[in-house]
Design a protein around this ligand. Structure first.
Ligand SMILES: Cc1cc2nc3c(=O)[nH]c(=O)nc-3n(C[C@H](O)[C@H](O)[C@H](O)COP(=O)(O)OP(=O)(O)OC[C@H]3O[C@@H](n4cnc5c(N)ncnc54)[C@H](O)[C@@H]3O)c2cc1C
Ligand code: FES
Length: 342
């Protein structure tokens, strides 16, 4: 990108909400919306979830290569669609953007935190708790970028506790060869500083009505669901929620004590852990198989229900398939895809 275009600023008109903002030539349209407090729909910020699809009504943009061709195709382009997270303005533009109705946008900021604890909770998952300089404004379900100088691009991690505490808890999955995973398991320790940027994302329980919901999570996909439940119970939100939580084996289940406690305390909350690879004869008497299959088998009627899905993209795709077959409409399915940083 040449320096002139990067430093230029363009006007962005957003319909039908009539917002008018500006966007630098080296800034994606999505980042400009986020920085300006426009509650655009988005999730991954890297061209892989399709949540930020909008229409270009006029003007020119540059589309950075790399969008997942399974979610954004030439057919979309030919129809005047674009991904806000992959496009930079080249002239003033007018867009049609779908906004999140019930979520006030919180402008992301940089937060310098200090690591309070690093705890291994399963063979592959660590809980990292950081102290923040004061209360950080975020909504349960949102995530933060971790700014680790030698690891680019920044990775996103969801807050696992509700807002209102001068600390944020994260659940970090360690993949073989994973750079942040290795950093957490081998180098991160209490007292170290950790810079965050955020909050980002608009995953979270709908606030406009308290519809019965099912939540499906796999692995560290538990983190944002844990924050959402923690927040809902603290607010006295007693919508019926059935949470299906998938892990490979008993040793990969974590936060069980809290989840079981919540289930015992709140009649409105049901918790079903599901194990996919637990050895036969291990003594596990709970559900076995794929979490999406177990959830589908227990779903009787989709009418009036909302679904909240969180975890690896493959689990989310499987869950969306079974939910749509059960009668869920697109707008009643909310997903937080833990796509890999690229
Ligand atoms: C909105 C959002 C929220 C997220 N929240 C969380 C969270 O709360 N907790 C959490 O653990 N992660 C979360 N992630 C994923 C996280 O940002 C990292 O991508 C992930 O932790 C891997 O980072 P890494 O640096 O350790 O691995 P990388 O260095 O990025 O990857 C190294 C190798 O690890 C493997 N790998 C990495 N990611 C995956 C994956 N998703 N599935 C399968 N294999 C993989 C691949 O083999 C890859 O080549 C979130 C992602 C998004 C987009
Ligand atoms: S494709 Fe743009 S936010 Fe995911």
């Amino acid at each position: 990108m040449n320096a002139r275009v990067a430093s230029e600023t363009f006007a962005v008109a957003i319909e039908p909400s009539s917002h008018e903002i500006t966007c630098r030539g080296d800034q994606t349209l999505l980042d400009s919306c986020i920085q300006n407090g426009i509650p655009a729909r988005y999730n991954c910020r890297s061209g892989e979830c399709g949540e930020c699809i909008a229409s270009l009504l006029s003007g020119k943009v540059y589309e950075m290569p790399g969008a997942d061709p399974a979610i954004f195709t030439d057919t979309h382009r030919a129809a005047g669609k674009l991904l806000l997270c992959m496009c930079f303005p080249r002239t003033d533009v007018k867009l049609n953007v779908s906004l999140v109705q019930d979520a006030p946008a919180i402008r992301p900021t940089a937060i310098n935190t200090m690591v309070e604890s690093v705890e291994q909770v399963t063979p592959t998952i660590y809980k990292v708790r950081v102290e923040t300089p004061g209360l950080v404004e975020y909504r349960a379900g949102q995530c933060f970028e971790w700014v680790v100088p030698e690891i680019k691009p920044n990775r996103m991690y969801s807050a696992a506790n509700r807002p209102g505490d001068a600390a944020i808890e994260f659940h970090v999955r360690v993949y073989p060869g994973g750079r942040i995973g290795t950093f957490v398991s081998e180098h991160l320790s209490p007292g170290q500083s950790l810079k965050l940027l955020g909050p980002f994302g608009n995953f979270g329980l709908s606030t406009s009505d308290w519809r019965p919901s099912i939540c499906i999570a796999g692995g560290t996909g538990l983190a944002p669901i844990h924050a959402m439940l923690d927040d809902a119970f603290a607010r006295g939100d007693n919508r019926p929620i059935h949470f299906f939580y998938g892990a490979r084996s008993q040793e990969e289940l974590y936060c069980l004590k809290t989840l079981n406690l919540w289930a015992a305390k709140h009649d409105s909350f049901t918790f079903t852990p599901v194990l996919s690879d637990e050895p036969e004869g291990s003594g596990w008497t709970g559900a076995r198989g794929l979490v999406t299959d177990v959830a589908a088998a227990q779903l009787q009627d989709a009418f009036g229900l909302e679904a909240y899905l969180c975890g690896p993209p493959a689990m989310i795709d499987a869950a969306v398939e079974v939910l749509e077959a059960a009668g869920f409409s697109d707008s009643d399915i909310h997903a937080d895809r833990f796509v890999q940083a690229r």
